[in-house]
Design a protein around this ligand. Structure first.
Ligand SMILES: Nc1ncnc2c1ncn2[C@@H]1O[C@H](COP(=O)(O)OP(=O)(O)OP(=O)(O)O)[C@@H](O)[C@H]1O
Length: 243
């Protein structure tokens, strides 16, 4: 078994600003590893590079330099077909842009990865899961007709049925009411108990305080790593960051 589910070394990311050859350096040499069954949170001020780091470490946005390894694989070295299978079967994404297909129903979005992998679809189980996360809309509604929070729940349900080993989540509960947020957090926590590794970007200090390890970022640099963080420590670390 691969012990380090994620291993990133010295990641830097710069993007072109569109003005002549100007580059904006977003990440500067971030190194990090995550273990089987670990729940990791990434916190930091707005604009500190959290989402960029998550995109780079999840295989969605190639860093300018440095290495990324997920489950022993460099996702940036995979050919397109293998990369699609890797993303569909090994890694789950809960991102703010949802990445849902608006022309499909909520149910069809959830089962699409299963169908593409020719896996069995248990309709009753998926309806039950939707109920358990307080999804009140009709699962046969088109995603385009759903609210932001309902779409977020569809994206979460799609990851929860996928059996992936690693989940990258960017503010997974950001669009949700607090009761639904707690339920989703509980489900992610249950998955880590089954060995899934979850990496979550969040602004919610109380939630970060219930993860196994919190990483604080500032100006694209890793600042502190807090093991078994508590809310007080996180507030202090973040108010240091704001100064
Ligand atoms: N493609 C891009 N082109 C130009 N600038 C970018 C690009 N992506 C990110 N940035 C800038 O890089 C910085 C870090 O962005 P990022 O979204 O990673 O921060 P964040 O910590 O997730 O912020 P927030 O908490 O507000 O979501 C920001 O200043 C952002 O405007």
């Amino acid at each position: 078994m691969v012990d380090k589910v994620i291993n990133i070394q010295n990641i830097a990311k710069s993007v072109s600003t569109g003005r002549r050859s100007e580059k904006l350096e977003i990440l500067h040499g971030v190194s990090l590893a995550a273990n089987v069954g670990e729940f990791l949170s990434i916190v930091g001020p707005s604009g500190s590079g959290k989402s960029t780091l998550l995109h780079c470490m999840s295989g969605l946005s190639k860093p300018t330099s440095g290495s990324v390894n997920i489950l022993g694989i460099d996702p940036y070295k995979l050919r397109p077909a293998k990369s699609a299978v890797f993303r569909r079967t090994k890694v789950g994404f809960i991102f703010q842009s949802y990445n849902l297909l608006p022309a499909l129903t909520a149910f069809d979005n959830i089962v699409l990865p299963l169908r593409l992998s020719r896996k069995k679809v248990d309709k009753a189980k998926i309806y039950q899961l939707l109920k358990s996360i307080n999804f009140d809309a009709n699962p046969d509604s088109f995603v385009s007709s759903l609210s932001g929070g309902e779409r977020q729940k569809v994206a979460i349900a799609r990851v929860l049925v996928s059996n992936c080993k690693v989940i990258f989540a960017d503010e997974p509960t950001g669009a949700l009411d607090s009761v639904s947020g707690k339920i989703i957090f509980g489900l992610l926590r249950d998955l880590t108990k089954q060995g899934v590794c979850v990496v979550m970007v969040t602004h919610d200090i109380e939630m970060a305080a219930r993860t196994d390890r919190a990483i604080t970022l500032r100006d694209g640099k890793l600042r502190k790593i807090l093991n078994k963080p508590n809310a007080q420590e996180l507030f202090e670390a973040l108010s240091d960051e704001e100064k």
